[in-house]
Design a protein. Sequence first.
Length: 322
Amino acid sequence: MRAVGFDVNGGPEVLRPVEIPVPEPGPGQVLIQVAYAGVNHGEVLHRLGDYGPPDGIAVPGLEVSGEIAALGAGVTGLAVGDPVAAYLPDGGGYAEYAVAPADFAFPLDGISLRDGGGAALVLTTAYGVLAGAARLTAGDTVLIHAAAGGVGSVAAQIARALGAAAVYGTVRTAEKAEYAKRFGYDAVLLRETFAEELAAARTEIDVLLDPIGGGTRLAGLSLLAPFGRLVAYGEAARRPDLTLPVLPFSERNRALTGYSIRDLALRAPAVLRGHALAALSLLASGAIRLDITAELSLAAAFQAHQALQAGTNRGKVLLTLT
């Protein structure tokens, strides 16, 4: 089958078309004929080597949509031909066929395959960060870094759906700020000056979503309201981790929490599935929407990686195999 992979770590140019065997689903797994594959920052980190060197050909891709082509032993509740969105904790989505745990293959009731291609990872993460890690409650004020990205663009909408009173975002450029405003943000600020602007306006934050890390994470701590929660769920800046003392958290009634969809997949798959189904229900109802900004051929995956690595991406980019 056709796929895109890499056998050495490096820049987007290491991604190349390959021919590999169609995988077989094992017990508790399903084989999906891929229609769309979402492109995510985690796949950029995979290619760069943050998860270690590849052992042979590594095929990235953490989320897909398509139809079930085969069932592994013990799988119930799904049938060949069912349309699904799937989270792939071990990758493999940049291909004509991909294997997913049956628990992470979500029915696409009332959702197109196109929208499903960008849903399984992005929506699950956004919902899990807000409802799980942040424990968002009605009336909270929320600040979301990377407001124009795949997660940021849906996180603002999900926060509103869960009852947030105010939602702010940060981005790198004025152009991205204009783009992000369409998702219901009260204001979208430049990342270089967000802390000063919000502090000057005496705006305190109950929930701060941070996939950036580094100095951005440190700057946000000072904005937290009493019992405010900063949720770390990525390290896009790829800078050394912060070393934070505990006393400033207890003395200022702050909380630092985290979210990792991969850890949930390993240790609490039922929780992950619950988050995914809740988020997909919001999508099916029209309460939220995915903004798919580009559809590229499988062979053009390197172009999507170039944009993600350069920080010029907006919304959700899909690879299409239809």
